[in-house]
Design a protein around this ligand. Structure first.
Ligand code: PAF
Length: 279
């Protein structure tokens, strides 16, 4: 497995692959890889000849009071996992070689990023779109795989690819969960034993919504959101948002029906967790 530390090294390799007609798949990550990430690599391997995994905790997508400094990192283990998962190459740049000190061009999506995490984390999706656009220009992939766990992120990246004509396909892979339902996340490592138990409130609130829609066909969103929030609070979670939105526009719907997306963000102690489910 190759390891590239600079944008120039990765881009030179990708240009060679493109010239040789080799299909490249990209899996962008922030490292601290878990089974969710490994499922993205497996998905990319099915669709490409060579898979590049990028591991970069992107400072530009973190707010000033967020967890950039303490975000978990374990380069050695990540490299072993990538190799075992069959990655051809890992891109492991530093912030200094990704961003010029006077970088002044950023990519901004102006609609899908207005609500949900975009409203709570100003500048977050500008940072995500910018780094992902850069990664596309460096890895030159024919396909890139993202997780449904970050539903809004995936929708925004698909929109960016459409609106800026990036010549590649975006694949969104299903959420990987712990046996008890908790969505896998690098941030789960922050949770104490008690918080880990309370964190089940997220997937349970989504199950409540899915069951209600399955039983009734449709449910007024207002009622459903109140029930979901009550469940989250009953498990000592502080609600950041509970939303029922249209899968394409990400706008709130008055009635939740099959195909509506339920999304939750909640603080479990000091840790902010997100989860979602297509009802
Ligand atoms: O989902 C993530 O881990 C990050 O937002 C991404 C897509 C790697 C961009 O930094």
């Amino acid at each position: 497995m190759l390891v590239f530390n600079t944008p120039a090294e990765l881009q030179a390799w990708s240009l060679e692959k493109r010239k040789a007609g080799v299909r490249v798949g990209l899996v962008p990550t922030m490292g601290y890889l878990h089974e969710g990430h490994l499922s993205l690599i497996a998905e990319a391997r099915k669709r490409a000849d060579e898979v590049v995994v990028s591991i970069f905790v992107n400072p530009v997508q973190f707010g000033p009071n967020e967890d950039y400094e303490k975000y978990p990192r374990d380069e050695q283990r990540d490299l072993e996992r990538c190799e075992a998962a069959g990655a051809s190459a890992v891109f492991l740049p530093t912030p200094q070689n990704m961003y010029a000190p006077d970088a002044s061009v950023f990519v901004v999506e102006e609609k899908l990023g207005q609500g949900l995490c975009g409203a709570r984390r100003p500048g977050h999706f500008r940072g995500v779109c910018t780094v992902v656009a850069k990664l596309f220009n460096l890895a030159l992939p024919q396909v890139a795989v993202f997780g449904q766990k970050d539903f809004q992120q995936a929708a925004i990246i698909k929109r960016m690819v459409r609106d800026l004509n990036f010549p590649l396909e975006i694949v969104v892979a299903p959420i990987v969960r712990e046996p008890d339902g908790l969505a896998k996340s690098s941030r789960n490592v922050y949770l104490s034993a008690e918080e880990r138990q309370n964190a089940l409130g997220l997937s349970r609130s989504l199950a409540l919504a899915a069951d209600a829609v399955a039983a009734n066909g449709s449910c007024p969103s207002q009622d459903l959101r109140a029930k979901m929030a009550a469940l989250l609070e009953s498990m000592s979670l502080r609600v950041d948002y509970v939303e029922l939105v249209d899968a394409e526009t990400l706008l709130p719907v008055p009635e939740a029906t099959a195909g509506t997306v339920a999304l939750v963000a909640a603080y479990c102690g000091n840790t902010r967790l997100i989860d979602n489910r297509i009802l």
